[in-house]
Design a protein around this ligand. Sequence first.
Ligand SMILES: Cc1ncc(C[n+]2csc(CCOP(=O)(O)OP(=O)(O)O)c2C)c(N)n1
Ligand SMILES: CC(=O)[C@@H](O)[C@H](O)COP(=O)(O)O
Ligand SMILES: [Mg+2]
Length: 634
Amino acid sequence: MAELLPTIKSPEDLTGFNAAQLDQLAVEIREVLCNLVATRTAHFASNLGVVELCIALHRTFDFTQDRLIWDTGHQVYPHKLVTGRYDQFNTMRTKGGLMGYPNPHESEYDLFMTGHAGASVSTVMGLASGDFLNGNSDRHSVAVIGDGAFPSGMVFEALNNAKVLNGNLLIILNDNKMSICPRVGGVADYFDRLRMNPFYTGFKNEVVKALNMVPVFGDPTERFLAQLKEGVKAGLHGGMLFEELGINYIGPIDGHNIQLLRKYLEMVKTQKGPTLLHVVTEKGHGYDPAAEDPVYYHTPPVLRKSEDCGEAPKTSGGSKAYTNYARDAIADVMRKNQSVTIMTAAMCQGTKMEPLRDEFGDRFFDTGICESHTVAFAAGQAKAGLRPIVNIYSTFLQRSFDQVFQEVALQDLPVVFTMDRAGITAADGPTHHGMYDIGYMRLFPNMIVMAPGDADELTEMVSFAVSVDHPTAIRYPKTNAENIARDRQPIELGKAEVLKRGSDGAVICYGTQLAEAKKAVELLAKDGIDVTLVNARFAKPIDSETILPILKESPFVVTVEEAALMTGFGSALLETANEAGIDASHVKRLGIADLFVQHGDRAEILAELQLDSLGIAQVCRELAAAHDEISSQH
Ligand SMILES: Cc1ncc(C[n+]2csc(CCOP(=O)(O)OP(=O)(O)O)c2C)c(N)n1
Ligand SMILES: CC(=O)[C@@H](O)[C@H](O)COP(=O)(O)O
Ligand SMILES: [Mg+2]
């Protein structure tokens, strides 16, 4: 059969496809996904698992009118392939190319740019409500949400609200038994029990037979649906949790059978009020290694191309990342201090915490994708006398802004926040760069906010943080760690470290761009520009005793941080200078301006932001030249 996928310019092209062609399309989509991960790292197993669901959805609904939101958005690749982006697919996650998440700038079929889990049910409800009020109540609104994302508090807030909705709402629970790691918690157990439902295990076959006799369109469908639901309600009790919340529950059904999916989708289309369709899929479906090890294949390293798909080298290789240093430092303090606990919100794999899960058993907590709960839970533990470490990516911790304020900072509780992926996260893009944590942490009284200049300093900071009787936050990026050879000064609360003194200007670095700042200072020395280099270490309390005299004496000052300038370290410095009545008009802040940084290569993005050695040196040269010019005029 001729290839189908290249011919699809929009989902409308699926209209004429018969069952065999739709099945062939699924095969072709998987091939394209395989080819992609043979060239770069990308989300893989989740995408393999939703191929049939995606085809069935686009074959059943018209999403130029109807609404579709893929929760989180990491499983959106098949959707991109059938919505006119096949030709650009090889640009996926590269600079200027397709984003690895839904992106309204790319397509009318992507309604929200998303990357954080749990919002889909709320946003789809808003769309349905808006459509109803605008007189477009014939539009259908569909949220596809994974079993990992489902326990997010926001989903339950939306379910609580769903009953009052006038519009058409379909929630598709994509249950593949996995988050990134195996899903955990009571909701996961509930889904497991639903899978035991005879509707899915045995009676399902009868249902399938019956369904095959039902035409896809017309009244018989409605009649059948009514009978089916009564059957489920009366005899099988599946999904009573949802039913009691006023949400029709249907399923579970096989999510890899396009025809079956289509029949159910056609049926639920006629359903009034909120409906939850429970679809069972296999994460990694269609490529055995991914189905067998969906954790590794969630975002695998580049696969070696082989005939059936690809084969990944299981060694990670390369030097140690900051993530590993943090993990080892946490393990160390946990061994020494029995009151230290560790928490992850479903990111055990990305934060490399699996060994801690194995070693520390009951002091290790995976709360699921529930960051708000995690922080409040940690606050409770701290109040009970424990020393919780909350290890969450900078971007995801934003989900807990108010818990950081109310439950932690306001109570002045000794919770340690280790914020991984603080800074540019590269291929994931604007949804995932950790840009705002300096601001959202230093805002609150009692909070101690720090960033290590290198790997060993991260280790020291973790140990320092658990010894402090206040909330503390440590940020570090997603990159290989460096160490800067020097006579290390021990970590002391609110003390910066001066690495070098110079008379022509000063570079004050907050965080791990310190190695680049040091290189810049060395480059400048070659040009005869003698610059002070400071490792700030603390954004709060800021070391005014060390830094303000440098500000006064230096012809120019450059602050360096891998974070949003607004509310960041440089801004903290300006505030401190202002309060001390010191002129800071000669301070130039390097960091991220008031914009969303797009996806791309980390080194390339940092270079564009002038956060690498060449950029920092260049800015210093310009400031030195401007200062010389002004001096020569006087
Ligand atoms: C708020 C938030 N926390 C954590 C993550 C990281 N994350 C991305 S996908 C994922 C697992 C999602 O599981 P599920 O929804 O079941 O999708 P699957 O990958 O199984 O298809 C996690 C934890 C995120 N994107 N957003
Ligand atoms: C979809 C999602 O949010 C995660 O899969 C994220 O892409 C993980 O990032 P890392 O690869 O940096 O762990
Ligand atoms: Mg899942």
